[in-house]
Design a protein around this ligand. Structure first.
Ligand code: MD6
Ligand code: FE
Length: 216
C-alpha cells in the first residue's frame, strides 16, 4: 500500500463527539438509505404520517409514524408508547431489517454493543417544521442509547445538557448522518431548529428522521 495513505481509513466515517456518551457518525446511513426509503413507503402505506397533538393541545409541526413493536404517540392524554396505531387499531408495521441493521451497527460503532431497538419513530419535517428542546424520557428505562438517523434536507440539531438551561451545541445534520447518545448523555435536552426549504435528490423538499429506541 502507498504509505502516503496508510493512515487513511476510508471505511470509518468521520465522527464528532457531541458530549460524553454522544457521538455523531457522519454518513453512516448512506449505504442503507436506498433500502430504507423503499421500506419507508411500505410503512407509510399502512400507517401514514400524521400530525399528533401534545398534551397541552398543540399540533406538532413534524408529521410522525412508527414501526416496530412499540410506537411513540402523543395526544391530549399524554406522551407514551403503544403497540397499536391509534389511527387504525392495528399493530405498527414491523421494523424492516435494513432499519434494524443500521440502528444496531451505528450503536455498536458508538460503543453501545448490546442495543436492540423495539421502537422506531419516523418524523417527517416539511420546510418550517421544528422540534422544541426536550428530553426523551417516555421509555421504560434509560439504560439503552438513542439512535437518530437524518435523511433528506439538512437541519440544525441542538444538543444541550441535563437541564433545560444548559448551553446548547448546534450540529448540521445532513443526509446520511447518524447521532447516537446514551450513558451520561441519555437524558440530555435536544431539539431540531426549523427546517429550511430546499431540494434533496432522493427526498425532495423534506427531511426524514428515524429515532430508534428501546421503549418497552
Ligand atoms: C429528530 N426527534 O426528529 C429528533 N424525541 O431529529 C426527537 O428527538 C424526538 O421526534 C422525542 C419524541 C419525538 C421526537
Ligand atoms: Fe427526542
Amino acid at each position: 500500500m502507498n504509505d502516503l495513505f496508510e493512515n487513511s481509513a476510508p471505511l470509518d466515517p468521520p465522527r464528532e463527539v457531541m458530549a460524553e456518551g454522544a457521538i455523531l457518525l457522519r454518513g453512516a446511513a448512506l449505504p442503507f438509505a436506498p433500502d430504507i426509503l423503499v421500506a419507508l413507503d411500505g410503512i407509510t402505506a399502512r400507517s401514514p404520517f400524521r400530525h399528533m397533538v401534545t398534551p397541552g393541545g398543540y399540533r406538532m409541526s413534524a408529521a410522525m409514524t412508527n414501526c416496530g413493536i412499540a410506537g411513540w404517540i402523543t395526544d391530549r392524554h399524554g406522551y407514551r408508547y403503544d403497540r397499536v396505531d391509534p389511527e387504525n387499531g392495528f399493530p405498527w408495521p414491523a421494523m424492516p431489517t435494513c432499519f434494524l441493521d443500521l440502528a444496531v451497527s451505528a450503536a455498536a460503532d458508538a460503543g453501545y454493543v448490546n442495543f436492540v431497538p423495539d421502537a422506531c419513530l419516523i418524523n417527517r419535517y416539511d420546510p418550517g417544521a421544528r422540534l422544541s428542546l426536550h428530553q426523551d424520557k417516555d421509555e421504560q428505562d434509560f439504560v439503552n442509547p438513542i439512535v437518530s438517523v437524518s435523511l433528506g434536507l439538512p437541519a440544525i440539531f441542538q444538543f444541550g445538557g441535563l437541564t433545560r438551561s444548559d448551553p446548547v451545541c448546534k450540529f448540521a445534520m445532513r443526509h446520511g448522518d447518524v447521532a447516537v447518545w446514551g450513558g451520561p448523555s441519555r437524558l440530555n435536552f435536544h431539539g431540531v431548529a426549523g427546517v429550511k426549504d430546499g431540494h434533496h435528490d432522493m427526498l425532495g423538499s423534506k427531511r426524514i428522521n428515524l429515532t430508534f429506541r428501546r421503549a418497552l
